[in-house]
Design a protein around this ligand. Structure first.
Ligand code: TXA
Ligand code: MG
Length: 539
């Protein structure tokens, strides 16, 4: 039995950890994702100690951590252009790539696979330690197998005390969920485990991103899976956890009906006051990164509360939310209760400066969810596939010196010739619609009854076909000009040009179920918006 020490990350302690690692021992180390249990990746006996300390199944391979691109040569047999581009963009950081292994990496590290999972962390302590060791470091998360991954040195201590010599304390992990693990193909990747690096992030480098079946569905232990780690019971507190999809009010009703004195809830910040049960929170409802940084600590907290059952609010599935959902789904053993109903999808459009943003704010305050199609379109235009197509069509002149898109130049080309606009839309719209659909699914699972699609080109893009109802906000030309001059700091001529490029009132009013003429003051607009919300809610 060892007396496990928690050490500060000062130089002498890094040296101490280095000496341990190079003499074949294992050490708890911080990374930006979760704490790792580190050993020399070339040392078979040390690797065995990792499996033993964690109680990890032998067929679950480890991640090898490097501190610079040079180290890749030692551990991989081939690194494709795509992998290099991904490394350049996302390392040091929370991305792990599965690459062909070199002969130098022992088979116990990769659990007999011909591939090795590689990651360059960004945490300064991890990097300093790997640099000092001058060997790649194999490190799984430093928890007992099956338990939530550790995001503080104390978590590691609680799981592994007596089994390892020391833990370097690098503070709370910033990301909080383990790295995104991907298999890399020719210009495409497959997500084997979601993390902080999202589908959208990856689409800036590759043209397509597949999501492995194991991310959202249960794999049996004898299944042949792309990532062995996905088939094991994971992150499980002692209490049974059930994920409940639906609005907060449906969630409250469900808990009220089904709870007894040994039932707790896992909810978002600020929802505690709604329950007279044991309550654990895991971050802000609309902030997936915040939830990621809190989820594992919250799951560990459940074990301190002597509960039989915990009902958990469901996180979003998109963006970083995919990682949070995936971890919680595993903690629940895939037990999900769906309370969701089909929401009303409402398109909202109108001329620039007519008052669409104010309207959105009011509808949000009334309880509707808003999908911002401008944000979606900015995400789509950052995708490699889209950028490649635009480059081929318009030429390099639409790029900045650093090869990113020069939006102003693109806008000039698009608004000078209609054919160019048609081409741009043909590339963008299908992808935008696809993303809108995914967000609708996400918000439906969160239990929203009304979802507003805030889309300047609602009718032009065909997004209106997704809607049950449509609202247009229009306003006299002089008022619109006044507003956009003030809002966007434009000259009168610029404002007139923008306004002339827009459709007239008739275009909007002939296509919409509700038309708001915003020609009075702000209070009038607010009260019109509230009336429409009531009508949409069937009140
Ligand atoms: O953020 C992280 O990735 C943390 C920190 C410490 O770096 N590490 C971590 O390691 O989460 P671990 O061992 O808990 O998870 C490694 C995952 C497992 O799901 C494993 O199956 C998968 O990576 N993996 C490892 N090698 C693989 C390979 N060759 N092919 C497919 N999946 C692999
Ligand atoms: Mg793990």
């Amino acid at each position: 039995m060892k007396d496990t020490k928690i050490l500060t990350p000062e130089k002498k302690n890094i040296e101490y950890a280095k000496d341990l690692i190079l003499s074949g021992e294992v050490v708890g180390i911080p990374t930006e994702t979760v704490y790792g249990l580190a050993a020399n990746a070339f040392d078979v006996d040390a690797i065995e100690k990792i499996f033993k300390a964690k109680g990890r199944p032998q067929d679950n391979p480890l991640i090898v951590h490097i501190c610079d691109m040079d180290m890749l040569k030692d551990i991989t047999s081939k690194v494709s252009e795509t992998a290099l581009a991904l490394g350049k963009k996302f390392w040091g950081g929370p991305l792990t790539m599965v690459l062909p292994k070199s002969d130098k990496i022992p088979r116990c590290v990769t659990a007999g696979l011909d591939t090795v999972a590689v990651r360059m962390p960004s945490h300064p302590v991890a990097i300093e330690l790997i640099k000092a060791c001058k060997v790649p470091i194999a490190a799984p998360s430093a928890n007992l197998s099956g338990k939530p991954s550790p995001t503080t040195a104390k978590h590691v201590y609680n799981d592994l005390k007596g089994k390892i010599d020391c833990i370097i304390d690098g503070g709370e992990c910033e990301v909080g969920v383990e790295s995104t693990v991907i298999a890399v193909y020719n210009d495409s990747v497959e997500i084997l485990r979601p993390g902080k690096i999202t589908v959208d992030d990856l689409l800036e480098v590759v043209t397509s991103v597949k999501i492995d079946d194991g991310v959202f569905t249960k794999m049996t232990t004898d299944a042949v899976v792309s990532s062995p780690g996905m088939k094991y019971k994971h992150y499980s507190p002692n209490a049974k956890v059930v994920m409940v999809e639906g609005s907060i009010s449906d969630f409250c009703d469900y808990v009220l009906k089904n709870a007894d004195e040994k039932t707790g809830v896992l909810v978002f910040d600020g929802e505690e006051s709604l329950f007279d049960k044991e309550c654990i929170t895991y971050g802000k409802e609309n902030d997936s990164s915040n939830q990621a940084s809190r989820i594992f600590d919250a799951l560990r907290e459940i074990d301190k509360r002597n509960l039989d059952v915990v009902y958990a609010r469901a996180p979003k599935k998109s963006g970083v939310g995919m990682a949070v959902y995936n971890r919680l789904l595993r903690a629940c053993g895939f037990e999900v209760k769906k309370l969701t109903k089909k929401p009303l999808i409402v398109g909202l459009t109108g001329q620039t400066g007519a008052g669409k943003s104010t309207l959105c704010d009011v509808l949000r305050q009334c309880g509707a969810a808003i999908i911002d199609c401008d944000i979606i379109s900015r995400e789509v235009i950052a995708q490699k596939e889209v950028l490649d197509k635009l480059k081929t069509y318009f030429g390099e002149e639409i790029l900045n010196d650093n090869k990113t898109l020069n939006r102003k130049k693109l806008a000039e080309r698009v608004f000078s010739e209609e054919e160019n606009l048609i081409y741009l839309n043909s590339v963008m719209y299908p992808k935008i619609l696809n993303k809108i659909n995914r967000q609708i699914d996400d918000l439906t699972d969160s239990g929203y009854n009304i979802i507003i699609l805030d889309a300047p080109t609602l009718f032009e893009s065909g997004a209106d076909t997704l809607c049950d109802k449509t609202i247009s906000v229009i306003s006299p030309v002089n008022l619109r000009a006044e507003r956009i001059i003030k809002r966007d700091n434009l000259t009168e001529a610029e404002a007139t040009r923008r306004i002339n490029a827009q459709n007239d009132d008739e275009y909007y009013s002939s296509r919409s179920d509700y038309v708001i003429v915003n020609d009075k003051d702000q209070n009038n607009l607010i009260s019109e918006a509230q009336k429409i919300f009531k009508s949409l809610s069937g009140l």
